[in-house]
Ligand binder design. Structure first.
Ligand code: NAP
Length: 401
């Protein structure tokens, strides 16, 4: 089976789909062809021959003449239906859809195992950074203690420009939206949901623990202001939006929060749309992977690498996960392995002080009040952060210090 020919049925011809098309056309030696592309909008002009396109998903899924489906659409529910159907028909799938993967991980694992097909998704976390296969293969026997990183290019781009150009959040966000670095509805990115989906996937491959998205706390940069950037700058720090998954004793702490990062961290100099993942192991010590976290060609190249892996029948072995799976094949709930009851030191900028009442504040180390800005630095019970989870109007900016 080694080095077999791959016939690709592609779903989606947007940013990543077109990137894959370009990268594949310039690749040398890979025996893979995109034969049909399913898209949605019949009125869009396409930059390649109309004969490639279909608007009927069954044309790819039912005909069975493609041995790989590559799913690159922007709707997680529709993507889930496509991926499920393809795998149930015995076809291996490459995807970059972290939301779809994170929301349906258990079922997707069960379907791929039952049908003995591959579902691989390097482009779903860290864009061009080869992190998932490294966690799965290279670090398969290493005692990992921590995986953390900058995993959302939009947040990093906004934070970088705010600092470098002395601008406020709304100005940079508007600009980022007009030049394609942020979605018209940026909530999933700026509030940390996208980062969290990636944290969930990295936690599976680093530690073998499967969580549900709601088990992982996230907040983001949606309320960051230039005051916060200035606070960091004056202390030689930078604000970075981080996904954290680390082992403390025999439990794990997994969350997604902005952090103040100092100049001695390798993450400090990861700016604009770049992403980075820092992996720490008992013997390998700390290693940092840096690269473009999004974009047409960088993500297309990660997808291409997955397609290439399928030519030698690659599948994730899920070696760490399998240690927890019972003989009946059921993945246990990962939540009991996660620690929620611990103190975390936070910088919290607020507009209305009563908003802090939702949090269990253990001790306040510093309090600052001025006409324009108020903040506290306090040790907070992490578990109480869920009381403000996904509240769009609280105006709190929270950052680990
Ligand atoms: N953009 C990035 O840098 C990046 C990085 C990593 C991962 N990803 C992930 O990659 C995936 C694709 O993102 P993208 O940025 O390429 O999206 P995009 O530019 O918005 O393109 C989406 C494509 O999906 C097609 N589509 C939507 N619904 C469809 C359906 N039901 N059936 C068939 N086609 C459908 C659209 O068709 P029309 O062309 O007809 O509108 C379009 O071609 C997402 O899961 C995203 O999270 C993106």
């Amino acid at each position: 089976m080694e080095n077999k020919n791959i016939s690709i049925g592609l779903f989606g011809f947007g940013c990543v789909g077109q990137g894959l098309y370009d990268v594949l056309n310039h690749s040398q030696g890979l025996k893979a062809n995109i034969e049909k592309i399913c898209v949605k909008d019949k009125n869009k002009t396409r930059k390649i021959d109309a004969g490639f396109f279909t608007y009927d998903k069954e044309e790819i899924l039912k005909r069975g003449n493609h041995n790989v489906v590559v799913e690159l659409i922007d709707n997680a529910d529709e993507a889930f239906a496509i991926v499920k159907q393809a795998m149930n028909n015995g076809v291996s799938v490459v995807t970059a859809n972290k939301k779809m993967l994170a929301e349906n991980f258990r079922e997707l694992y069960e379907i791929q195992t039952r049908n003995k097909v591959a579902l691989i998704y390097e482009g779903s976390a860290g864009g061009s950074i080869p992190i998932i296969r490294n966690l799965e293969e290279y670090y398969d026997n290493e005692l990992l203690s921590s995986v953390k990183g900058i995993l959302n290019g939009t947040c990093n781009y906004i934070l970088t420009r705010m600092e470098f150009e002395n601008k406020d959040y709304q100005d940079v966000l508007k600009d980022a939206q007009s030049n394609g670095f942020a979605e018209s509805d940026p909530w999933l990115d700026v509030a940390g949901f996208d980062t969290k989906f990636k944290a969930l996937l990295l936690t599976v491959h680093a530690f073998g623990i499967v969580l549900n998205p709601e088990d992982i706390f996230n907040t983001g940069i949606q309320n960051v202001s230039y005051e916060d950037i200035l606070y960091a700058k004056q202390r030689g720090l930078r604000i970075k939006m981080l996904a954290v998954s680390h082992k403390v004793g025999d439990k794990f702490r997994v969350y997604t929060l902005p952090h103040f990062v100092s100049g001695d961290s390798e993450l400090y100099n990861v700016n604009y749309e770049y992403n980075a993942v820092e992996v720490e192991g008992a013997y390998s010590c700390k290693q940092t992977f840096v690269g473009k976290g999004a974009g047409s060609h960088p993500t297309g190249s990660a997808v291409l690498s997955d397609i290439s892996a399928l030519t030698y029948d690659y599948k994730y072995g899920y070696k760490k996960l399998k240690k927890f799976i019972s003989s009946s094949g059921i993945i246990p709930e990962g939540k009991p392995q996660i620690e929620y009851d611990f103190a975390i030191k936070l910088y919290i900028r607020y507009q209305e002080r009563e908003r802090l009442n939702d949090l269990e504040i253990i001790s306040v180390e510093e309090e600052y009040k001025a006409s324009g800005t108020n903040y506290i630095i306090a040790n907070v019970n992490f578990k109480s952060l869920f009381n403000i989870y996904n509240k769009r109007d609280n105006k709190l900016f929270i950052c680990v210090i």
